[in-house]
Design a protein around this ligand. Structure first.
Ligand code: SAM
Length: 297
């Protein structure tokens, strides 16, 4: 790839805007004084900073040795940042208007180590894309309906070698349940598009689901249970670095390790892993210990 000068960058950026509209979210520096949006902080920087920190803290390898997948990469900010740190990155995005903006930035920054594919994330498979040390599943799980949301997380686990970062909304309500592979998951429906909308109108909603009219948001316990059932060995919620989440949005760090067996207490090794009870969120706060006696009874 050849480096562009400032005039060329501006000319090509205008051509992208004419065809696909202005950038809607990802503000990326293209060169001195040149940005996809402008020099002001756009809002995604805090999320980006914590993601880079988490990967650096959790994955004990230099970025240049990592293969990273960014699912539903929108205008490419996260994929591009990790590629600029030296990782081999694949970004998958369903909408042409979004991925063409990412492709423009890839060309400006000459990122040979970044592959951008226009595809439906529901087509993810090991055969098609290989496996990855790190999976970025940011702002996409809550755009999928049941049963896709279950099979999608199952496939993420299948292509994940080390860790998946799942930034998602969760439901506060256990309104309906689905059974997937013999396990029950609770949550609620979220409306993505008007039932009368055309496919073209759905395409134009640049941040929404591709085609499904509704999506299924699992509750927090159901999501953690799903993460465990599909093969992740432990999962955590990130609080530091602090994000911008509301009460119904969380960032889960799901590790794909090797299941360990105990040596001192071997009888537990044949016991199944326990699921979180569906009301585990609501139970927090009901019991308030007042003394050591409360804790040991
Ligand atoms: C809320 S945005 C989140 C984008 C980005 N990951 C982020 O965190 O900033 C949702 C993105 O998912 C894309 N998307 C929705 N459904 C998809 C699907 N089934 N396959 C691929 N992309 C999809 C949308 O086009 C949009 O770019």
């Amino acid at each position: 790839m050849r480096r562009m000068n400032s005039e060329e960058i501006l000319r090509q950026k205008q051509a992208v805007i004419q065809r696909f509209g202005e950038w809607t979210a990802h503000n990326i520096q293209l060169g001195p004084g040149l940005y996809t949006i402008n020099e002001k902080i756009a809002g995604n920087e805090i999320k980006l900073r914590r993601l880079v920190q988490i990967v650096s803290d959790i994955v004990d390898k230099p970025f240049s040795e990592l293969r990273i997948l960014d699912l539903a990469c929108l205008e490419g900010l996260y994929a591009i940042e990790f590629a600029r740190h030296g990782a081999e990155v694949v970004g998958i995005e369903g909408r042409e208007a979004n991925i063409e903006k990412a492709r423009f930035v890839k060309n400006v920054l000459c990122l040979d180590n970044l592959e951008l594919v226009q595809d439906d994330v529901r087509n993810l498979s090991k055969e098609k894309y290989g496996s990855f040390d790190v999976i970025l599943c940011l702002g996409i799980l809550y755009h999928l309906d049941a049963p896709d949301v279950f099979s999608f997380l199952e496939t993420i686990s299948a292509v994940c070698r080390k860790v998946a970062l799942i930034d998602t909304h969760i439901s506060q309500r256990s309104e309906r349940s689905y059974t997937y592979k013999g396990k029950q998951y609770w949550g609620s429906l979220f409306i993505e598009h008007d039932a009368k909308s055309t496919l073209k109108e759905r395409q134009q909603a640049l941040w929404g689901s591709l085609d499904n009219l509704t999506s299924f948001w699992p509750t927090r316990p159901s999501l953690y249970n799903l993460i465990s059932h599909v093969g992740f060995t432990s999962a955590y919620e990130c609080h530091i670095p602090k994000g911008q989440e509301e009460h119904d949005r969380i960032l889960i760090v799901a590790a794909k390790g090797r299941r360990q067996e105990l040596i001192c207490c071997p009888s537990i090794n044949t016991e199944p892993m326990q699921d979180l009870p569906e009301d585990s969120g609501r139970r927090i706060g009901k019991f308030v210990p007042r003394s050591v006696k409360d804790l040991i009874k």
